[in-house]
Design a binder for this molecule. Structure first.
Ligand code: HSE
Length: 335
């Protein structure tokens, strides 16, 4: 049985999902030979540290850790001083300066700990630096949940499509925008009503302009450009237009001609803009779904779709990244 000690940094919606999923899947993971032990959980109000494992059931009822905290040192200090193999970083994202997640990630990697995250901001701001830090310290950095949530995209390209040249990726990477456009098309809702509904579903960013102005999608385009296409680009390199000027009339006209309008991010073109998508196209998914078409030299076009956000869905992508770190065997070690 391989024991893996995990420090969880961030205890919001996704953090709760991670604790719940680790708890729910404990037996299945043990059957796989993995004992994933949560040795610390931290948020901005405190930390729970337990060498023999934090019991999920004891903290899942708490919205924050304030009432159950048993350690008052900073989150960076926790990453440094608690003995762990892997850090899961899921604090709120900031796409401008990447903090506080960026500092947590630098600390984890510098300490030689593997990193798994759903936090886009630090990767948008400093992907290259973080990647080098991981390589220098011989550890993995995994971030499937940052683009398309639970929809397998990065791992699909890196593992399953290995050997293919990836010629381009085009997709819907923001569930909030897709929900708004779907409701406006199907129910003829005005934009504001559709946005309110999307916010109620809990998908929208804290500041929903990040969604509707295309900022969130552009961040995901930057992550794909730097990680899959090795491009070394910044947010400012992306040409961005959101969905705020799309009217129900435009959507209706498109529908009459056999199209839907979707907010599409494209790599390596580095664009985010509303585009006409034929109604029968695999990219024409509705509601909060994300979708991505991957254009390859050997496999043609592969299209995937799935939920781009959500507590358990995002935690599922995080769990998959964690397991993949411990399942990866190099060709050298097999022969
Ligand atoms: N606000 C984002 C969305 C969350 O609506 O897709 C996932 O990044």
């Amino acid at each position: 049985m391989r024991e893996v000690k995990i420090s969880l940094v961030g205890y919001g919606v996704v953090g709760h999902g991670v604790v719940e999923v680790l708890d729910r899947k404990r037996k299945a993971l043990r059957d796989m030979g993995l004992d994933l032990k949560l040795v610390s959980v931290t948020d901005h109000t405190g930390s729970v540290v337990a060498d023999d494992g934090v019991e999920g059931q004891k903290i899942l009822g708490e919205r924050t850790l304030q009432q159950v905290s048993n350690c008052e040192i900073s989150s960076k200090e926790i990453i440094r001083s608690v003995e762990s193999d892997l850090v899961v970083e899921v604090t709120p994202t900031n796409i401008v300066h990447g903090q506080p997640g960026l500092g947590h990630m630098e600390e984890a990697l510098s300490q030689g700990k593997h990193l798994v995250t759903s936090n886009k901001g630090p990767l948008v701001v400093a992907y290259g630096r973080l990647k080098r830090l991981a390589e220098d310290h011989g550890v993995s950095m995994k971030y499937e949940a940052t683009v398309g949530g639970t929809m397998p995209l990065i791992s699909l390209i890196e593992r399953t499509l290995v050997g293919n040249n990836i010629l381009g990726i085009r997709g819907i990477f923001n569930g909030t925008c897709n929900y708004i456009l779907t409701r406006m098309t199907e129910e003829q809702y005005p934009y504001a009503r559709a946005l309110n509904e999307a916010q109620d579903l809990g998908y929208a960013e804290a500041d929903p302009t990040y969604d509707v102005e295309g900022v969130d999608t552009a961040g995901k385009v930057v992550i794909l450009a730097n990680s899959i296409f090795d491009m070394n680009v910044k947010y400012g390199d992306v040409n961005v237009e959101g969905i705020t000027r799309i009217t129900p009339e435009a959507l209706l006209l498109a529908k009459k001609r056999g199209y839907v309008i979707k907010l599409i991010g494209e790599v390596p073109a580095l664009t985010v803009r509303p585009m006409l998508v034929p109604i029968g196209s695999p990219l024409a998914v509705g509601s909060t779904l994300n979708a991505a078409a991957i254009y390859t030299d050997l496999s043609g076009t592969i299209t995937v779709t799935g939920l781009g956000a959500g507590r358990i869905e995002t935690a599922s992508a995080i769990l998959s990244d964690i397991v993949s770190i411990y399942r990866t065997k190099s060709i050298d070690s097999i022969s």
